[in-house]
Design a protein. Structure first.
Length: 454
């Protein structure tokens, strides 16, 4: 009995660890020009608001994102090209473009099909493109030809559901169509005329259904998010989320949606959506880092001492070109890296990660101690209370204070006040919960006190 009990506990622990690792290796990608934004696949938290900056490419309308082996492809609807990046976001080149033999025009959704090809929805005839069609590329970006979709207006998105492909269409003949891997029509999931202008679609395998981001209104059916039955195309659910472009399901059961107003998280049970970004959004994609080979973790002393004014660049680790983070969570996800000129804060812990080809090592935690240079007649008898604090911090000093500053653990000043009396108050109500450093300067001498904001 006890063996079975402990065995079940270890199984649960193993599943938990596997789940954590799975989440750490995956991201949802949101295209919000000019940035490619990384989101947590479980709850939609923004992990990196500027994973890729597309500004230097003079983008038109970056529309869709897919991962092709160890490359990231982004379709640009107005520039008629697919921009390619490596797994870390470094630009590699483009497919197509506004040249006579580019072969693409007015492109939108893309998908890796049957693990052997990339299919791209195409609508125009410029650059030698085939008009209303699906253009086929191999995984190296070489053009394999196309199959026409004219007669049913333009396609807008495409997904591989295993054994066949679903295509969304726009216009008054909007529908969701089924095709085999040779491009032959197998029928429709959603018939023509039910809704108008279907943009991104996503399969919901848990409910045998399809989420559809509908951009325009048709008759009694408004724009918004629809859930259609894969069996007969019936409308299972509808949420009035406006003129939608993108949709992606989260691991916690909520749904990401995007439009010109930004990106929101929809709770399908309550129908309440919460905005997480006000930047105009297009399609969502998924980034899988599971193929990473974990680099060696940095090495170095876990506790290091420096003179006041030292920066992250002064911490001694091997290799020296690591990335630094203020929290273990940021280090695990590779988000919010700190610049090397970040000034060290006494008593703080920083996390070093070795990043090779976009793959993250385990982190090394280094706690720093600063030599502040205070003499025996310094200002070490300053008192700050309460600690932890909810809003108002009281500071008692034997003399008037020249400068009072509050730093976050990244070494950034979040509050500064000058010439305070011996008994002063500082309002910290607007600061988010976390650990901060209070620094008081009197006659070029200073004292630092760690405070916790609840």
């Amino acid at each position: 009995m006890y063996d079975r009990f402990f065995q079940s506990k270890w199984i649960l622990l193993f599943v938990f660890i596997q789940t954590v690792n799975f989440q750490a290796q995956e991201r949802i990608v949101s295209l919000q020009e000019p940035f490619v934004v990384l989101l947590d696949p479980m709850d939609g938290t923004i992990l990196d608001p500027e994973f890729i900056d597309l500004s230097s490419l003079s983008p038109g309308t970056p529309k869709a994102f897919i991962q092709v082996d160890d490359e990231l492809w982004i379709s640009d609807q107005l520039e008629d090209r697919i921009d390619r990046f490596d797994i870390s976001g470094t630009y590699l080149g483009a497919i197509g473009g506004q040249v006579s033999d580019g072969g693409l025009d007015n492109i939108r959704g893309m998908a890796v099909v049957n693990n052997t090809e990339v299919w791209v929805t195409n609508a125009g005839t410029n650059n030698g493109a085939p008009g209303d069609a699906v253009v086929r590329l191999d995984l190296d970006g070489n053009n394999l030809g196309f199959f026409a979709t004219s007669g049913s207006t333009s396609t807008f998105d495409i997904i591989d559901v295993g054994g066949e492909v679903y295509l969304s269409y726009i216009g008054t003949t909007s529908k969701i169509e089924r095709r085999d891997y040779s491009g032959n029509v197998l029928g429709n999931i959603v018939e023509e005329g039910v809704v108008q202008f279907i943009q991104q679609i996503e399969q919901n395998t848990g409910n045998n259904s399809i989420y559809a981001a509908v951009f325009s209104t048709l008759g009694g059916n408004s724009s918004g998010l629809y859930e259609f039955s894969e069996t007969d195309g019936a409308i299972l659910n509808y949420w009035n989320e406006g003129n939608l472009r993108g949709v992606a399901a989260l691991g916690n059961g909520n749904i990401l949606v995007s439009n010109s107003s930004g990106v929101s998280i929809l709770d399908p049970n309550t129908g309440i959506s919460t905005s997480i970004s006000n930047e105009s959004g297009q399609y969502f994609g998924r980034l899988d880092l599971a193929g990473c080979t974990t680099p060696p973790a940095p090495t170095g002393d876990a506790e290091q001492t420096f003179n006041e004014g030292a920066t992250l660049a002064d911490i001694v680790v091997t290799p020296p070109d690591v990335s630094w983070f203020a929290t273990e969570t940021d280090a695990m996800n590779g988000t919010n890296a700190l610049p090397l000129n970040t000034v060290l804060v006494d008593g703080s812990t920083y996390y070093a990660v070795n990043i090779v080809g976009g793959c993250l090592s385990d982190s090394l935690a280094v706690t720093v101690t600063l030599i502040l240079g205070l003499d025996e007649n310094g200002i070490s008898d300053i008192i700050a209370y309460p600690n932890p604090i909810e809003s108002i911090l009281y500071i008692d000093s034997p003399v008037t204070m020249d400068v009072v500053s509050v730093y976050n653990l990244a070494g950034q000043i979040v509050l500064r006040e000058l010439s305070l009396p011996t008994h002063a108050t500082v309002d910290l109500q607007k600061l988010v919960s976390g650990v901060y450093v209070l620094e008081v300067i009197v006659n070029d001498q200073r004292q630092q006190i760690r405070i916790v904001k609840r």
